[in-house]
Design a protein around this ligand. Structure first.
Ligand SMILES: Cc1cc2nc3c(=O)[nH]c(=O)nc-3n(C[C@H](O)[C@H](O)[C@H](O)COP(=O)(O)OP(=O)(O)OC[C@H]3O[C@@H](n4cnc5c(N)ncnc54)[C@H](O)[C@@H]3O)c2cc1C
Length: 453
């Protein structure tokens, strides 16, 4: 099917009132308040956290203009320093958790590349981080959630109470109900600093070898320069880290640092192969030495992009999407290489291509990671982007992989169903049990799950 046949469920526009992180959105508003029970009483169509999902996951379906905005419901309900169990409202953000709990020696068990993520959003996307190969997804650390389900009832679910609802909610993109409260076990850390090693790697094989042989490090990730061709193809920077031991860490608490703002959308001509090539060259060569070792702040390690507010504006008014897929280990290394070669050949102009080895699959019915290599690349929105997403999705399906829904904007339903043929029926059955008429839905669920608009 040609790209022009890709019909989004909702027509997304640049810069409207409710938008995904990629910059496209719809007219609408958030109903906000501190009392999520009151806000969700009439079972509204969808909940939304900080809008850090890239596409239409947190946007309402056509004809609906209001969603529940959870951000102001951010109270800590209880915390047990002996077990690390935090119970909090769904609007509490990871950044607030870090601000309050890192000085006390605790940290979220899983950290994505931004801390502007609510607990509700972390559960609904079942987020993963650099420690996926040892810690699994966020959901692995969630003990229970309290939800408003489509019947209007408030239910608590866990691995022992309504387990099917609980597992469908981990990674269920908000489609099983409104999450009101989350109980999650925080990680007790040895210091508030990260000990990191960053290494330049000259080839693709060296990069994958590096990731595989670093699996005894708690955190690993690699950046690859997709614009380097020929013998330089696959060059990148391999980063591995762990919480610093007290004697390795500086004596002071990590400073907050300054957070500049990208003040306006960059003109589209600024983003082209030459500017991205220059960025990649700089990124690769800014590390003067082959290896850099030492303590860094958690903010610098986990969320370097949070340091620049509104950085998405660098992509201009048309915005961008991200294609993130996981290629299962069983498909073999060659499958990852040819996938990345195709990205390099067709990938258009995107700043960062991030590769991460994933560990065991979690128990969330639609959780993204599975054992294999996750490859994520930002793609600027152009008229050709849907066709490129089609191509990448076809390659992903061929390799037995899947995409990460929270980053997606352009995937077609038949591709999604092909990727998720084995898991989707169980998810659908749970959703149909708890919400037979699909009162709770999103623009994404109309596009990918076949919900009536
Ligand atoms: C710079 C950047 C880096 C990122 N890096 C990573 C990464 O490394 N790993 C990773 O896994 N993700 C990553 N993400 C994605 C991000 O973690 C997820 O999109 C996350 O879900 C965003 O949380 P949010 O609060 O903004 O939720 P939103 O974007 O507002 O919503 C996301 C989904 O959660 C649902 N939802 C939100 N709150 C509730 C609730 N209370 N009840 C029910 N459903 C709810 C929404 O309906 C929607 O389907 C990154 C995003 C950005 C912008």
């Amino acid at each position: 099917m040609a790209a022009s046949d890709t019909v989004p469920a909702v027509t997304l526009h640049a810069g409207t009132a409710l938008r995904g992180w990629g910059g496209l959105g719809v007219p609408g508003r958030e109903a906000q308040g501190e009392d999520l029970r009151a806000l969700t009483e009439g079972v509204p169509t969808l909940s939304r956290g900080m809008g850090r999902s890239y596409g239409d996951a947190s946007l309402p379906p056509p004809g609906v203009t209001a969603v529940v905005g959870t951000r102001r419901a951010n109270r800590v309900i209880s915390f047990d320093p002996d077990t690390g169990l935090l119970v909090a409202e769904a609007g509490l953000s990871l950044r607030e958790i870090v601000d309050v709990f890192l000085p006390r020696g605790f940290f979220p068990p899983v950290s994505p590349g931004t801390w502007f993520v609510t607990l509700g959003g972390a559960v609904a996307s079942d987020i993963h981080g650099k420690n996926h190969h040892v810690a699994g997804t966020f959901g692995a650390h969630v003990q229970w959630v309290v939800m408003r389900v489509a019947s209007g009832d408030i239910v608590r679910c866990s691995r022992t109470e309504h387990p099917e609802l609980f597992l469908a909610t981990l990674g269920g993109m908000g489609l099983t109900g409104h999450v009101l409260e989350v109980a999650v076990t925080l990680q007790n850390v040895s210091s508030p600093w990260i000990w990191r090693e960053a290494m330049k790697v000259p080839t693709f094989d060296a990069l994958l070898d590096g990731l595989e042989t670093s699996s005894d490090w708690e955190q690993t990730v690699a950046w690859i320069d997709t614009l380097a061709t020929g013998r330089s193809f696959g060059r990148g920077v391999l980063m591995r880290g762990r919480w610093a031991r007290p004697w390795e860490a500086p004596a002071h608490f990590p400073p907050a640092g300054i957070e500049p703002v990208v003040p306006f959308n960059a003109p589209s001509f600024l983003l082209n192969d030459w500017t991205v090539k220059a960025f990649n060259e700089l990124y690769y060569h800014k590390q003067v030495f082959r290896n850099v070792v030492g303590p860094v702040t958690p903010r610098g390690w986990f969320t370097p992009l949070d340091a620049v507010h509104h950085w998405y504006r660098a992509y201009g008014r048309a915005g961008f999407t991200q294609h993130q897929s996981v290629i299962p280990r069983s498909a073999g290394r060659e499958a990852v290489r040819t996938y990345c070669e195709t990205l390099a050949a067709h990938g258009g102009t995107g700043f960062l291509c991030v590769i991460k080895d994933c560990g065991a699959e979690g128990d969330g019915l639609l959780s993204f990671p599975e054992p294999g290599m996750s490859v994520a690349l930002d793609l600027p929105n152009t008229p050709d982007t849907p066709a490129l997403v089609d191509l990448l999705n076809e390659m992903t399906i061929e390799r037995g992989g899947r995409i990460y829904l929270t980053k997606d904007t352009f995937t077609r339903r038949e591709h999604f169903e092909a990727m998720e043929a084995a898991r989707l029926p169980r998810f659908r059955a749970v959703r149909d049990t708890w919400d037979p008429t699909h009162r709770i839905k999103s623009a994404m669920s109309v596009r990918l799950f076949g919900d009536e608009p």
